[in-house]
Design a protein around this ligand. Structure first.
Ligand code: ATP
Ligand code: MG
Length: 268
């Protein structure tokens, strides 16, 4: 038993057990980050399960940023740039998966981060805030206002942030809050790998891409569009059709599955 304990302790103390040449290294590292986040009190167990749902959709999408996602990412950036009070909502999974990147995007778009979680406690919110501040972001987390129409933790917001925002970027959102944000007259940009979720269906712009690719892509667009005129930005946003994005995402999944099934079945 003593030996076993020693062995177990050694394993747990190792920073990471995933070898770089593992064929699913990137995917496994995301899991490691979320598990580490749990140990830090930033992610919750339910977040691990939600990530699993995302992984499944990423798998059938071929784990890449498709053209429909890149288009939505560009439109999202232009829309944030056109907004008076854009805010980026951050939950536990987002905080551990892309802390540097979301902070950089926040600065480029002049849009503060706001901690907003489903499984609410002031301690958890403060931990996420402190963690993100290490990456130089402005993080709102006063929890001093409530969004009418919601009964769970996501209703608790910051008076200076989501409460008064005109556009909210909501990565890994849950459907009910997306609906309420819309009811409050805000534009909603979602990042969600599941094109069938209520969030994806309800948002004004749905980015069907993994957050670990979506945010770096948005950073690139934000840098490219830094000097664009209002007219140029409006041109990008004009005529954007979110239904088309969702349809393309579903068709891509369908075609990918057909292709994968044919290839894999041929090989066995
Ligand atoms: P809804 O309430 O909108 O119907 P849901 O119940 O399917 O959504 P939630 O658990 O509320 O899902 O939120 C998690 C969502 O985030 C899932 O749709 C999942 O596909 C997506 N997701 C998880 N991990 C990622 C990721 N890394 N990148 C992008 N999307 C992700
Ligand atoms: Mg949900």
């Amino acid at each position: 038993m003593e030996e076993l304990n020693k062995f177990y302790k050694t394993i747990c103390n190792l920073p990471c057990m995933i070898p770089k040449d593992h064929p699913r290294y990137e995917s496994l590292m995301m899991r490691e980050r979320i598990v580490e986040g749990y140990k830090m009190g930033i992610t919750v167990l339910q977040g691990l399960i939600a990530h699993g749902r995302g992984e499944m959709f990423d798998y059938v999408l071929g784990e890449k940023s498709h053209d429909f996602a890149l288009k939505a990412e560009k439109v999202a950036v232009a829309l944030m740039m056109l907004s008076k009070r854009p805010v980026i909502s951050v939950n536990g999974n987002t905080a551990v998966l892309v802390p540097e990147e979301i902070s950089e995007l926040s600065k480029l778009l002049n849009a503060p981060l706001e901690v907003n979680v489903f499984h609410f406690s002031k301690e958890r919110v403060d931990r996420i805030k402190k963690y993100l501040e290490r990456f130089g972001a402005e993080v709102l987390a006063n929890c001093d206002a409530e969004l009418n129409g919601l009964s769970h933790g996501r209703r608790i917001v910051d008076r200076r942030g989501i409460y008064v925002a005109d556009t909210v970027l909501v990565p890994l959102e849950d459907g009910d809050r997306c609906e309420i944000l819309k009811k409050h007259g805000k534009k909603v940009i979602a990042i969600d790998l599941n094109p069938l979720s209520r969030t994806a269906m309800m948002a004004d712009v749905t980015i069907v891409d993994n957050i670990v690719r979506a945010i770096p892509n948005m950073i690139k667009f934000a840098k490219k569009l830094r000097d664009a005129s209002r007219e140029e930005l409006e041109e990008i946003v004009k005529n954007y059709d979110n239904r088309k994005t969702l349809r393309l995402a579903l068709e891509t999944i369908r075609d990918n599955l057909t292709k994968i099934a044919e290839e894999k079945l041929r090989d066995i």
